[in-house]
Design a protein around this ligand. Structure first.
Ligand code: SR1
Ligand code: MG
Length: 402
């Protein structure tokens, strides 16, 4: 019989106490459940006498923000633990240290990163992260290249793909990102004043066609091991450090989905700037910072990915002149398309983002939502004709009227 049950705070403390490498002395431990995401319990265990701490994360067998009517496999905790270990090998220092993962109890016990801030919160508060683009380009280029048919043994890749079959979590994305926003689905969370904009999406045949093509790619294109949910709530930052967390959606999918996710979330913050930067000059600077972060991220990613390919490519058939250029162009186009899809679902879908949803003034929030929608639409409809990351900058600036 399964020993799984959701932990109490007292049980989380007992588990943490067994980690002598973190808590070598016997002073009191304190637990606080800090899970503010949509799916899991997260216990922050501290030892006030020594200042030592760790995180005990436990998957729940259902979608927390919906309830037990939407069951969810606990196997995602195994997938998260294995993905974190793989990402830690490929991109050292850019993910938290995993102390232990326990598939039976759906636990991942890991390094506490409370000296960092969740990037979404940091961006809302006006934080600047000068090393972020470099760090994330390093993370993405190495994790995507070395888990793909370009950079690893192609038979081993098929075996790995089997370990990361993640149907329940993929279904969340297939539904909440790539299906529900495109019709009047029950779970959409449409503010009445925004209904006309949602209805315009549902009638927009050009948009629906491109969104369907992106959905097909997500369903079928097993290109590399993705993080699978790489929004700014899945990244801890300081000005000098970046740590990617929460890869429970990891699966073999299209690389552009990961890169597009982070681009989308920087653009959602961009869309909220009328509120977060009320002074016009500050807003211009802030938006320029966000767009230059997107440009830097792609430019650095592309440079690193091509260098890895030149040095470690495993498939001679792909050495043909022009092949790499064509591959990178398609990857940029996927990035742009998925960025649009990831942004659109956050405007009136079930799970929204604080960058926009917490804007208290209704009219300012509506302007941010309409701006995010305009950007998202244009990214989606233009993805297959895009040729440069500058296309994203132009779309954002044009929509914002700057
Ligand atoms: C039910 S939607 C929950 C969302 O939260 C996660 O972070 C993913 O983005 C997912 O789509
Ligand atoms: Mg998450």
């Amino acid at each position: 019989m399964s020993k799984y049950h959701p932990l109490s705070e007292a049980e989380a403390i007992e588990i943490a106490r067994s980690f002598a490498e973190v808590f070598p002395t016997g002073e009191e431990l304190v637990s606080r459940e800090i899970g503010d995401g949509n799916l899991n319990l997260v216990f922050h265990i501290t030892q006030p006498a020594t200042g030592r701490s760790l995180i005990v994360k436990q998957a729940l067998p259902y979608v927390k923000i919906i309830g037990d009517s939407w069951p969810l496999s606990l196997d995602r905790a195994r997938i998260e633990g294995e993905a974190l270990i793989k990402q830690g090998e490929l991109a050292p220092g850019l993910v938290p240290v995993v102390y232990r993962s326990d598939a039976d109890m759906a636990l991942t016990i890991m390094e506490d990163l409370s000296d960092h801030v969740i990037m979404r919160k940091g961006l809302i508060e006006g934080g600047v992260y000068p090393d972020f683009a470099e760090h994330l380009a390093e993370f993405l280029s190495r994790t995507l290249f070395f888990t793909s048919d370009l950079g690893m043994n192609q038979q081993d890749k098929k075996v790995q793909l089997g370990r990361f079959i993640n149907p329940d979590l993929c279904k969340i994305t297939e539904d909440f990102v790539l299906n529900f926003p495109y019709y009047d689905a029950e779970s959409n969370n449409i503010e009445p004043y925004l209904r006309d904009a949602a209805e315009a999406v549902w009638r927009d045949e050009e948009l629906l066609l491109e969104a369907a093509k992106l959905r097909e790619k997500f369903l079928t294109h097993a290109q590399a091991l993705l993080h699978g949910d790489l929004h700014t709530g899945s990244i801890f930052v300081t000005p000098a450090s970046t740590k990617v967390i929460d890869p429970e959606f990891a699966y073999y999918g299209p690389m552009g989905f990961d890169i597009g996710a982070i681009v989308a979330n920087l653009l959602l913050n961009y869309a909220g700037q009328e509120h977060w930067s009320p002074n016009e000059a500050d807003r211009r600077d802030r938006r320029a910072y966000l767009l230059s972060t997107i440009t830097e991220l792609w430019t650095r990613f592309e440079r690193k990915f091509r260098a890895l390919w030149d040095a470690h490519g495993v498939d001679k058939r792909f050495d043909l002149p022009g092949y790499q250029d064509d591959y990178m162009k398609r990857l940029l186009q996927d990035t742009i398309g998925f960025a649009g899809a990831k942004a659109l679902r956050r405007v009136y879908g079930l799970a929204q983002v604080a960058d926009i949803a917490t804007i208290p003034d209704r009219e300012a929030r509506e302007r941010a939502q309409r701006l995010a929608l305009a950007i998202a639409r244009n990214l989606i409809v233009s993805n297959r004709s895009a040729s440069s990351i500058e296309d994203v900058v132009r779309i954002a600036e044009t929509a914002a009227g700057s």
